[in-house]
Design a protein around this ligand. Structure first.
Ligand code: ZN
Length: 326
């Protein structure tokens, strides 16, 4: 990302699906980003239909209940939210909906880059947001959703429509081989006063330092580059944007997910009973408290960054490369 030298390689196993294949990562000596040294030739094979961003449509009979619960929760973000809905959102907020909601400008024109099954867009549509679009190179096909948005099978370079008020990259930048060219394209697609929301796992955070190769958000080999705050600052500047705000939003997942990997248990194979046996409610509460403390100290293992376009004079001449991989 910043062009500096890379340090010594270390081994990380593929543990989400549990193939246990070994990949190597090297960290930048300057900005601390962790970069995969030996990406697989066919990355799509590591997504597949079990990947969590695409899993919502196949949750069977529980999905209806989950959707209703989430709709009730999201009510809290509407202007006329009843008190019970606001209380519920405090207990279990949808972090991304809140992030989009606090961006200035109209409640229209939201582009989700790496949209998966369109979960965020569906939530936003329910709250009255309009002009919603998702792109995801790992989607199976272009798909129009009856709830009022589309998810297109392509990356951000394959998109011409500009003037977006909000562009969201939620846990998608780490999957991209050339994040600077992606951010540069996003800067071009943003309205002059628009906001780019980047949520990423953070290399060098407490969980990464503590769990090392077993850190759950390493997610080899899908995460081609795990960034740092410094690395994103550099990338944003090169793309003609600047970071205006940072919110650390790590959760108890950094503890229980990494503990599972340390014990050799893949994320998708763990049964619900095993999960509750290993991590009973009081343990999960302790993890959640510890995550909040890490976030307060700026050491949580993920954060949300709000980017704006730099002053027009500072924007570098456009030379984005269409066809870059997302
Ligand atoms: Zn670097």
């Amino acid at each position: 990302m910043c062009g500096a030298a890379l340090g010594v390689a270390y081994e990380v196993r593929e543990m989400m699906r549990g193939t246990r294949e070994r990949f190597h990562y090297r960290r930048c000596v300057e900005c601390g980003c962790a970069q995969i040294a030996d990406p697989p030739a066919d990355l799509a094979a590591y997504y597949g239909d079990r990947y969590y961003s695409f899993a919502a449509a196949r949750r069977g009979r529980w999905s209806g209940i989950a959707v209703r619960l989430r709709s009730a929760r999201d009510l809290a973000y509407s202007p006329a939210a009843p008190a019970w809905a606001r209380a519920m959102a405090r207990v279990r907020p949808n972090p991304l909906v809140r992030c989009v909601g606090r961006c200035p400008g109209p409640r229209a024109g939201v582009l989700d880059v790496g949209a998966g099954d369109g979960r965020l867009l569906a939530d936003l549509a329910r709250l009255g947001f309009t002009q919603l679009l998702g792109v995801d190179p790992f989607a199976s096909e272009d798909r129009g959703d009856p709830r009022g948005f589309s998810v297109l099978r392509r990356d951000v370079h394959g998109l011409d429509a500009a003037g977006w008020n909000v562009v969201v990259l939620s846990h998608s930048l780490a999957h991209m081989a050339d994040p600077v060219s992606t951010l540069r394209r996003v800067a071009q697609l943003l309205a002059p006063t628009g906001t780019c929301i980047v949520r990423i796992p953070l290399a060098g955070s407490w969980a990464h330092r503590t769990y090392g190769a077993d850190w759950v958000q390493h997610d080899a080999p899908r995460h081609l580059m795990v960034h740092t705050r410094r690395g994103l600052e550099i990338a944003a500047a090169r793309a003609g944007m600047r970071i205006v705000e940072v919110e650390f939003d790590s959760s108890g997942f950094q503890f229980w997910g990494s503990e599972l990997y340390r014990r050799g248990v893949p994320l998708v194979r763990v049964s619900r009973s095993r999960l509750y046996w290993d991590f009973p409610p009081w343990v999960l509460l302790r993890y959640a408290r510890a995550a909040r403390a890490l976030n307060r100290n700026g050491d949580g293992d993920q954060a949300t960054f709000y980017l704006r376009r730099a002053a027009p004079a500072a924007i570098a001449p456009s030379h984005s490369a269409p066809g870059g991989q997302g």
